[in-house]
Design a protein around this ligand. Structure first.
Ligand code: ZN
Length: 320
């Protein structure tokens, strides 16, 4: 017979409490040790090619993804070449997310090879062809993120790819993708309303390269790039002269430079207009193929779209 007086019961209960607490401490220590050794080991490691794509992955992945961005802020994706270290980062990723439609022109071969070994999604390639702008037969303008409504079709593709890499997070990825797409749709309406405040005769956007054709189509502003759709094509003297004629004859008050493209051609255009007696202002610097760096206030695509629209409205609305 086991004698169970109140005193021994109290002792046994308190021993249980102490043991329980000790086990709790041990498990906390184990958790701390585990998290100290390798933070969030189960999360998928995604390598994104550009800052725009990295932002998309962060919006969808939330805290359930680690994102490594290949090209930093201000880098031109058309001319970017991968380093041996980049190839290594890409090969070790759980998922590679590219922009696509040949934006990463110099990485095409590497990405094609990589896609046979590592899960890869090129987000713009998932969009319906009928919504894309064709620049040559079967070649499409890659700058789709400047139409917020069009870009709202990309989060779902990222959620599906992340869900395959990390099925435990699939529902959350889908939810965040839906929330983000809804925010982009709201932003789309806001941007259109802001651009509509520019007097119609001045609603012409002259920029360094032709990154804003989707933007122009979506928000009803005529767009003219000094260079073509890719910065890989050089603007010739004839192109500059054609634009000088346009700027002078239409009395365009301002032209814009871009954060990831050389100012040289836009400056030549201003000089040409000045020699014809038309002073054209520098309307400001637009974010084109890259988001802003840390502390710029333009670290997300939503910030960039708002900042660009405010720069354009300020540059073209003021009577000069
Ligand atoms: Zn571009």
């Amino acid at each position: 017979m086991i004698f169970d007086c109140p005193k021994t019961r109290r002792f046994r209960d308190s021993l249980g409490t102490i043991l329980g607490a000790a086990l709790g401490v041990v498990s906390i220590v184990l958790v701390v040790t585990a998290s100290g050794a390798s933070p969030e080991p189960a999360l998928p490691r995604v390598v994104a090619t550009t800052t725009v794509v990295a932002d998309l992955v962060r919006q969808v992945g939330g805290g359930q993804v680690t994102v490594d961005c290949l090209m930093g802020p201000g880098i031109d994706p058309h001319s970017y070449k991968a380093t041996p270290r980049d190839a290594d980062r890409l090969a070790r990723a759980d998922l590679v997310v590219a922009s696509g439609l040949h934006l990463e022109g110099k990485l095409a071969e590497l990405l094609a090879k990589l896609g046979r070994r590592v899960p890869l999604v090129a987000v713009a390639d998932t969009l319906p062809r009928e919504r894309l702008l064709e620049v040559a037969p079967d070649l499409y303008d890659p700058h789709v993120w400047f139409d917020a409504s069009l870009w709202s079709g990309c989060p779902a593709a990222v959620a599906a790819a992340l869900g395959k890499a990390h099925p435990e997070g699939a529902r959350e990825y889908q939810q965040r993708a839906a929330d983000y797409a809804a925010r982009l749709t709201t932003l789309d309406g806001e941007l259109r309303a802001r651009i509509a405040t520019i007097p119609a005769s001045r609603r012409v956007l002259v920029t360094a390269h032709d990154a804003f054709r989707y933007f122009g189509k979506a928000y009803d502003i005529e767009v003219v790039g000094v260079q073509g759709t890719s910065t890989e094509s050089e603007a010739g003297l004839a192109d500059i002269n054609r634009l000088v004629e346009l700027v002078v004859s239409r009395g365009i008050p301002a032209v814009f430079v871009e954060t990831s493209v050389s100012d040289r051609n836009v400056m030549a255009l201003r000089e040409g207009a000045r020699s014809r007696g038309h002073e054209v202002a520098l309307g400001g610097r637009l974010y084109s193929d890259s988001l802003g760096g840390p502390g710029s206030g333009a670290e997300t695509l939503e910030d960039v779209l708002r900042a660009n629209v405010e720069t354009i409205v300020a540059g073209l609305s003021e009577a000069r």
